[in-house]
Design a protein around this ligand. Sequence first.
Ligand code: MN
Length: 303
Amino acid sequence: MRLALFDDYRLGVVEGDQLADVTDALDEHDTEWPFVFVPRTIIHFDRVRPRIESKLASARRIPLAQVRLRPPTPAPSKIAAAASNYRAHNAEMQKYFAEGRFGTTQSGPQHLRSGLSDVPGRPPGERGDVFLKSPSSIIGPGDTILLPDTTPGREVHHEPELAAVIGRECYRVSPSQALDYVFGYTALLDITVRGEGDRSRRKSYRGFTPIGPWIVLKEEISDPQDLDIKLWVNDELRQDANTSDMIETLAEIIEYSSYCYTLMPGDIVTTGSPDGVAPIKDGDVVKIEIEGIGSYSVDVEAL
Ligand code: MN
């Protein structure tokens, strides 16, 4: 099942190029922030799902092309993100840092992957870091990334990432349990200002976290570590990889994130970008596609 929010944050089940409006199946509904019905629907999905399914046959069908898709989890309590989780991306970043391309003296991503494991029972070693993006940076398909600064030399980069939406409260879980806490998957863009400074600022400007086009429930994705992931800017293919290239799996990222944070229903855990990151500029159209999930585009506008 694929669950979309559309127009006035109505709930739709995506079927091919149509969407069935099943908003009436919900216990409750809101049309504005903080969209409490979203985590509550996820928490109580075992109860809501049969009602969705029984409404499906008679639900109003709308062509996807005629709706405005909204971010499918519009106000999570947090977005936990893996840093530097693809080797080829880490290599390109090392090269850019060595060239001084971002005007920074900070050390490269390899530095971030050593000795970080403080998870009991897990040996230190090549462990990635996790960080938080602000939920207020979330936008949906067709929305606009706002570039905060047009200073020459400033680079704002695209990072396409497989993201999991958490289904129930998750604290200190093992990798073997971690995927049990996943509600579904979505495609996320981790838009990033390069250069010095804290990631939580550089990755949290307005519009810096597009998600969508919907949530594909976990049952539809047999292996999250074998999905093609692609990104285009203005129809030029810029990134083309597979989630099998991740250094740490989604399950390991959830393990580490849940060691640090308590993951709540509707929260997002995102898995890092493959190589091919590059600048976006005013007027660009950025498209992400993940196998088994779907694709969408967002616009880029300079402030
Ligand atoms: Mn990222």
